[in-house]
Design a binder for this molecule. Structure first.
Ligand code: 9G3
Length: 566
């Protein structure tokens, strides 16, 4: 491709509103341009990288017997009403009306669409298992789009859906997808981890996320430093065995703690360790108020609480709701002498507190020498807290470390949570009507472009892994006005095309410095420069990865390139 004819608007200046390096570089190197907040154009170079990412995904999907199709972006609200999701999703779901004022959605995902399609066409167990996928643009009206392609409102996703006549078959497909995803992210050259994840609205079911390790990642991974254990911090189980102190139980007493609200203030004021303070929180679990206790030195994990209580929705009660119920301020609530209709749940660590401190449900004072079971009843103890770095890993092997990750893939066992409400059934071998068991498997394709750019760059620009670079070779001619340089460039271009290399030929009428700066920004793996030594058939070669520069004779170029590209 002649660079003088393509469309690569490189920029020297660093765009002010691009906070992270990959976003800055993709803009400066002319890969993307923002159309509006969270919405981007993929310029020719990005389109070529996206196509390579997609083809790596297709190779691995093929191995799982998944077949590619393409579903509509416009979705009828009726389908979403069948699963109840038309109302359960809020502003994030792009809704619109057609000319007949029928309610539609711009598809954020396609469980309803594919399940309605399959239930009309696949009625017998003989046709199962069946896995379909698509690579398509999704729409989610993110409240705060950020980090360029990492969190957009319109993005490219590969989403696959599998249909089964048994849990075992679903289990088998899920494991195949685990392997396929590992192969994909390895082929992409990403440093990634498969982590145990929350099923989200899919609730309770097993799911795994595939995270690219990156300091700008929004997710926190808790992983063991000496086993393969890794989980999204939301899901990392705590298996600490808490030691109950031997000290004798003392008499419950009320003490004045004027103006002491936070755990730290109370602990300091009473000169006790925060681990002796019982933190009392009031949540609304599907509209029911519940009391949740964690030890003062721990943090409540709301995902664990939601899953433990099997709640659809979980959120902290508002101050007004608390004052209405307990007639005291948030900073003074405690589990002793609560209204009987309030259930109390606690993290395991609370059970072993001896002579602790908690709010007295009276402003400005606390209770001391509080002991679980003697002074308050707990409906049920659960693992409700966030794990901390340095703790023992849940599998008992090694110590927990934290890392930031960018979620690039997420696979789910859905079971029948879509097929049941949508009455999507098949006849089993006994002629009995059964709902499909389903799985769904997503990959953020456009997000991968940004994650790769985050992992592969240096101060001068992008440095694509060979298998993803938009072109294999950057052929730079210093001056096409120079006969010898023009001749050698065209000779080499055609020769390398016969060797099926994809070449970006910088034939522009620009200064050498501009060409080299652009080449470093664009980040192709190898640059062949035709300059003053063209007469002698000598080509200057620069490897983008290492910055190393050497000279090749034109006769040895094809052999050397074969060695480089392998
Ligand atoms: C919505 C909106 C946003 C959403 C969803 C629905 C996330 C939604 C979860 C999934 C699960 C899997 C198939 C591919 C892999 C992910 N955000 N999810 O269902 F209406 Cl606005 O999408 N779907």
């Amino acid at each position: 491709m002649k660079q003088s004819r393509t469309f690569i608007p490189t920029m020297r200046e660093i765009p002010a509103d691009a906070e992270i390096l990959s976003h800055q570089l993709l803009l400066r190197a002319g890969y993307i341009r923002q159309h509006m907040s969270g919405v981007y154009s993929f310029l020719p170079l990005a389109k070529k990288v996206i196509r390579k990412i997609e083809n790596i995904i297709r190779e691995e999907m093929e191995k799982t017997d998944a077949v590619e199709m393409f579903m509509p972006t416009l979705q009828s609200s009726g389908l979403w009403e069948e699963t109840g999701r038309w109302n359960s999703y809020g502003a994030e779901l792009f809704r619109l009306k057609d000319r007949h004022s029928r309610q539609l959605a711009l598809g954020p995902t396609h469980e309803e669409v594919i399940t309605s399609l399959i239930r009309d066409e696949v009625k017998s167990y003989k046709k199962l298992p069946l896995t379909v996928y698509q690579i398509q643009t999704k729409f989610r009206d993110e409240k705060r789009p950020r980090f360029g392609l990492l969190r957009g409102r319109e993005f490219i996703m590969k989403d696959a859906y599998s249909f089964h006549s048994s849990e075992e078959s679903l289990e088998e497909k899920y494991n195949e997808m685990m392997q396929a995803y590992s192969n994909i992210f390895s082929k992409l050259g990403l440093n990634f981890r498969a982590v145990i994840a929350d099923g989200g609205t899919i609730g309770g079911k097993v799911s795994h996320e595939f995270m690219a390790l990156s300091d700008i990642g929004e997710d926190t991974i808790a992983y063991s430093d000496s086993s393969s254990y890794a989980a999204n911090i939301e899901m990392a189980e705590v298996n600490a065995d808490y030691v109950k102190s031997k000290e004798a139980l003392k008499d419950l007493a009320k003490v004045d703690t004027p103006g002491q609200k936070t755990i730290a203030e109370v602990a300091t004021f009473l000169n006790i360790d925060p681990s002796k303070v019982i933190k009392t929180l009031i949540f609304k679990a599907d509209e029911e108020l519940v009391v949740v206790l964690v030890r003062g030195d721990h943090e409540i994990n709301e995902i664990k609480l939601k899953n433990a209580l099997k709640a659809k929705e979980i959120e902290l009660a508002s101050e007004d709701e608390i004052e209405a119920k307990l007639s005291c301020k948030v900073g003074s609530i405690g589990p002793v002498k609560l209204p009987l209709d309030l259930k109390v749940y606690a993290d395991y660590a609370v059970e072993k507190v001896v002579n602790g401190v908690c709010g007295a449900n009276e402003d400005g004072c606390h209770l001391v020498n509080v002991n679980p079971e003697r002074d308050f009843a707990v409906e049920h103890y659960f693992d409700l807290r966030f794990i901390k770095e340095g703790e023992q890993a849940p599998d008992g092997i090694g110590t927990i470390r934290f890392a930031k990750g960018i979620e690039l893939g997420h696979i789910f066992k859905l079971g029948t949570i879509y097929s049941e409400p949508m009455k999507a059934t098949y006849l089993d071998e006994n002629g009995k009507t059964q709902p499909y068991r389903m799985g769904c498997y997503g990959i953020g394709v456009s997000r991968i472009l940004a994650a790769i750019a985050e992992q592969y760059n240096d101060a001068d620009g992008l440095k694509w892994p060979k298998q993803l670079a938009p072109y294999d070779i950057h052929l730079v001619t210093i001056s096409m006005k120079d006969e010898a340089q023009k001749k050698l460039s065209e000779e080499l271009y055609h020769l390398l095309k016969t060797y099926r290399y994809d070449i970006l030929h910088d034939d522009r009428d620009e200064r050498a410095g501009v060409k080299f700066t652009d080449a470093d920004l664009i980040g192709l793996p190898i640059r062949l420069t035709i300059g003053k030594k063209a007469q002698e058939g000598i080509i200057e070669v620069r490897f983008r990865e290492t910055g190393e520069t050497v000279e090749w004779q034109k006769e040895e170029v094809t052999e050397k390139l074969q060695a480089f590209f392998g």
